[in-house]
Each structure stands twice: as C-alpha cells, then as structure tokens.
Design a protein around this ligand. Structure first.
Ligand SMILES: [Zn+2]
Length: 280
C-alpha cells in the first residue's frame, strides 16, 4: 500500500503515553450507551461501555500537532485521505463535511461515550464525534484475526470514519430505530454500510490524493480479509464454538466482504444503502 507521501491533516489527538490512569472510577457511572454499532467487532456493551460520569470528558492535555512516529503518521495520513474523499463526495452533493478528530490512546481514555478501553477495539463516539484508536489493536488484527498488512489497518480506520459519515447524515439514528441485534437489525445494517463506505474510500483514495495514497489489488484483498476476520459468525465460532445469527451486531464475514467490495467496485456511497437493501 502506498501512503508515505500522503498528506498529514494533523487532526489527531495523541494521548499515547499518558497511561490508563487518566480514567478514574471505571464502572462507577450509571449510564450505559444503548447503541452498540460502533465497533469493528462486537463486545457486549454492558461490560465495556459504562460511563465514568456525566457529559463530555475533561479536555486532555495531550501532545498537540501531527504525530511524527511511523505508526502515528500512518493513522494521520489514512484518516486525512479518508476525510479528503468524503469532503469531495459531500461537496459534489452540495453538503459540507466536517472531519472527526482521531484520538490515539493506550489502554484506556475518557470519551464522550464513557470510558474507552483497548479491549473494545477501535470505535467511533457520536457524542463527541471522535474516533478512538489504541494502536495495540494492530497486533490483535494480525495475530488473533490473521489480517496482516497496512491495508487491513486502513480498512479499520476508514470503517470508523464511515460511522462519522453516518452520524453526519443521520443514518445512525435510523439504525437506532431498527434494533441492536440480529441478522436484519439496524446495527448490522449500520456496520455493513460502514464497510461499504470503507470501500468507497479505497475506490477514490488514489485519485483524490493525486497518487500519494493508493491501494493495489493485493491491498484490496487484505482489506477483504480483515472484513472477513471480524464477521460475527467467524468471531462467534472462535469464542463460543457456534453461530448465533440472532446475536449478530456487525454482519457475517461473507456480508462484510460483500459490502466492502460494493464500495470498492462502485465508489458510490448511494450504492451502500444497506437500510433499503432487500437482502444483506
Ligand atoms: Zn463499526
């Protein structure tokens, strides 16, 4: 995957090295976020999303400016590329796109949706419009999930920013009305749409970045492998030995690959309408 010449947008908040101690009293708060559809893979939100208090977290005094290390630069360049693609798509439709902030953290950090923890995997919080990413997930992605390569990581970043797009367009509120669990739930539709949106980014990355960010066919395969690895059926088989479609939150491996491919092949977000698709 080509990316090193890509633009760094700098809308990254780097909280790495601040330690999980920034979060006090995990689990002490009362509110549990009802909508669970923001994670790359599903974890019972009741165990992970108890908030640490009310309202938005205190502003963190993290290092400002664009990250200079390789791992931080990668996230910055990919997020900037994804934002540039959506900026163009929104503009073509006469709309304005406002990029989300991307927060890098270790272990745990306060968020507008409660305590963010590495075990949750990457997620988007609609309340503060920020993507949260603990980079130790990359090891999990290649180790536990067997999805190697930079393009697999880029797919994850593009998927999370896809949730931001859904927040801007109101599609996440449509999903909330359609249920949090089960094969045809709003959650599954929302997640598959975010996969499709990740594909839309992949389709336009090269053209929008004047060639500085680009995926070749092998990279697209890596992205598809990552989408497959985090399918509900695959994860359920690994963790509980059987597949329970009624508990689906993100869609099957086959569905996640299919919708990512729709995005890559059409480059058209209108083709990502998983809410009206007769079959997923
Ligand atoms: Zn998601």
């Amino acid at each position: 995957m080509r990316w090193s010449g890509g633009r760094q947008g700098g809308d990254i908040e780097d909280r790495r090295g601040m330690g999980g101690g920034a979060v006090g009293g995990i689990g002490a708060g009362g509110v549990i976020l009802a909508l669970i559809g923001y994670f790359v893979f599903g974890i019972d939100p009741q165990t992970t999303l108890e908030t640490v208090g009310q309202g938005a977290p205190q502003q963190q005094a993290g290092a400002q400016g664009a990250p200079q290390d390789e791992a931080g630069r990668f996230v910055d360049v990919i997020a900037t590329s994804v934002d540039d693609v959506w900026m163009q798509i929104f503009r073509q439709q006469g709309e304005r796109y406002t990029p989300p902030k991307v927060v890098l953290y270790d272990q745990a950090t306060p968020t507008g949706c409660g305590s963010g923890q590495a075990a949750m995997g990457p997620f988007y919080c609609p309340q503060d419009q920020q993507v949260y990413l603990d980079l130790s997930f990359w090891q999990e992605l290649s180790g536990r999930f067997g999805a190697d390569g930079e393009a697999a990581r880029a797919y994850v970043i593009a998927h999370e920013i896809g949730h931001h797009v859904q927040n801007l367009t109101g599609q996440n509120r449509t999903a909330e009305r359609m249920g949090a669990r089960g094969e045809n739930s709003g959650s599954v539709r929302l997640e598959l749409q975010a996969d499709c949106y990740a594909g839309v980014w992949a389709a336009h990355a090269e053209e929008v970045s004047a060639g500085q960010v680009a995926l070749n066919p092998k990279d697209v395969e890596d992205g598809l492998r990552a989408a497959s690895a985090v399918g509900d059926d695959t994860l359920q088989r690994q963790t509980q030995g059987r597949v329970v479609p009624d508990a689906f939150t993100h869609g099957s491996s086959e569905q996640r690959m299919r919708w990512f491919r729709v995005g890559v092949e059409t480059g058209d977000p209108r083709r990502c309408d998983t809410f009206r698709a007769p079959s997923l």
